[in-house]
Structures are given as structure tokens and as C-alpha cells.
Write a protein of this length. Structure first.
Length: 244
């Protein structure tokens, strides 16, 4: 069996957002960090950094936060933004406050508009993020759209043509699959992630999206029991499911 990666205790805890190196050193010296039932007192001690660390280490009696690489699945609620820079409440505010100081930092895997709900991945794993969003990997995203006007029947051919050009762009969209689910509703499966892509596609077809929800990325479907605003850690098997 290969040996787990090791890290200095003070650096690990500082990178998890528990405070500055000086602050976490004080925590260690005060005996607040317990590994496998024993208080650690040396801030420079080396500890194993594995995904199950929270089941082995406690801080003030509570399980330590999961170390990097960390990937989350969230059911993004309406009305929150995906960017640190955009005005308004962000998805990061739905996570523990301490996590804003994590290093490496957490980022959303692509973005959903403020007015779009549904499946959102958040990760500090750059390789995973790029694998999901890289156009070369053609990872599908499924959206459920409610429309202002009835579908005309022309949208399926337009969206699947591979020639649809969005306003202001110079490359046509990859073929997308439209599955009407009602007179004014449809599922749309796309393999790219251009700015406001779904809303702009329906606008190009003379319609207007009044509600939008993403429920699938690759082979990963938003769990029915994940309430809007709720999130959970996405394990490696579920991450792999995206690409299968
Ligand atoms: N397309 C949109 O128009 N908005 C989103 O949030 C995602 C895809």
C-alpha cells in the first residue's frame, strides 16, 4: 500500500482556514487538536492527509474539515451568484465561513446565472475542474427550461444543426439536443458552457426563458433529496460518474 501524503500540522490547519499559523499553533499547544484519540502538542508534527482525516482528527471536539482535494455538489438556489466578484449573496456564503480562507480555494465548476437553479459543482481540484469544463471532453449538461411562448417545432433542427451562431459570437454552437416536455417547456442538452448559453439559444429561436434549472452534468444527476441551498461532498466514484 502506498504511504499517504503527509503535512505539517500547523500548515494543514492554516490551509483549512482555522486561523493564521500563529493562531493554529496556539490551538495545538492548548491540546485542542486530537488525532486518533491523542492530543497533538507539536505544531510541526507530520500528519497524514487523507480524505478520511475528519474521522480521525478533531478540533475542539468537532471533526476537522475535509482536506484538499475537495469537491462538493450543491443544489444552487435561485437568487445567489456564482462569482466572488459579482454583487449579491454568493454560493460561497452557503458553505462554512471558515472555508473562505481555505488554500487552495474553492471555485465553482462553470457558473449558473443568479436566476438559474440546480446542479452546481464546487471544487478546489483544478485538474477535475478543467476536465469537466474542457470543450474537448464534451461533458453534457441538461437544463429544464420553462418558456414564455409555445415551442414552434423548429427549435430541434435549429439547435442540433451545429450552425447556430449566437449574437456577438464568431463560432457556431456545437449541436445540442432539445427534448420538448410540454407546450412551453423543454429539456435542453448542451456540451458547452458559453455565457447565458441556454437563454441566448432560446432567444435566437424567438422565445424567452422564464425559468431554468440544471439537473445533470455528464452521468451525474442532481439527487432528489438535495434541497435548494443544500450541498454535500462528492466522492470519487460520483466524480467518475460524470465522465461515464
Ligand atoms: N445557460 C444559461 O442561460 N444560464 C445558465 O445559468 C446556464 C446555462
Amino acid at each position: 500500500m502506498s504511504r499517504p501524503p503527509m503535512a505539517r500540522l500547523d500548515r494543514l490547519l492554516a490551509n483549512l482556514g482555522y486561523g493564521s499559523r500563529r493562531e493554529v499553533t496556539a490551538l495545538v499547544r492548548a491540546g485542542k487538536i486530537v488525532l486518533d484519540g491523542k492530543a497533538l502538542t507539536d505544531p510541526g508534527s507530520k500528519v497524514p492527509v487523507t480524505a478520511d482525516l475528519p474521522s480521525q482528527m478533531t478540533i475542539h471536539g468537532a471533526p476537522v474539515d475535509p482536506p484538499s482535494p475537495l469537491t462538493l455538489i450543491m443544489n444552487k438556489p435561485l437568487g445567489v451568484v456564482c462569482s466572488h466578484k459579482e454583487a449579491g449573496r454568493s454560493v460561497y456564503e452557503l458553505l462554512p465561513h471558515r472555508w473562505r480562507a481555505r488554500m487552495p480555494g474553492l471555485s465553482t465548476v462553470g457558473r449558473l446565472d443568479k436566476d438559474t437553479s440546480g446542479l452546481l459543482l464546487i471544487t478546489d481540484d483544478g485538474a477535475f475542474l478543467h476536465r469537466v469544463i474542457s470543450p474537448r471532453n464534451h461533458v453534457i449538461k441538461r437544463y429544464k427550461a420553462q418558456l414564455d411562448r409555445p415551442l414552434t417545432g423548429d427549435e430541434t433542427a435549429l439547435f442540433s444543426s451545429g450552425t447556430l451562431m449566437l449574437e456577438g459570437e464568431s463560432d457556431p454552437l456545437e449541436p445540442a439536443q432539445l427534448l420538448p416536455t410540454g407546450e412551453r417547456s423543454a429539456d435542453l442538452i448542451i456540451t458547452e458552457g458559453r455565457y447565458h448559453q441556454v437563454r441566448r439559444m432560446f432567444a435566437a429561436a424567438g422565445n424567452h426563458v422564464i425559468a431554468l434549472h440544471r439537473d445533470q452534468i455528464g452521468g451525474l444527476v442532481l439527487p432528489a433529496d438535495l434541497e435548494p441551498g443544500a450541498w454535500r461532498i462528492l466522492g470519487l466514484a460520483a466524480q467518475d460518474a460524470i465522465f461515464n
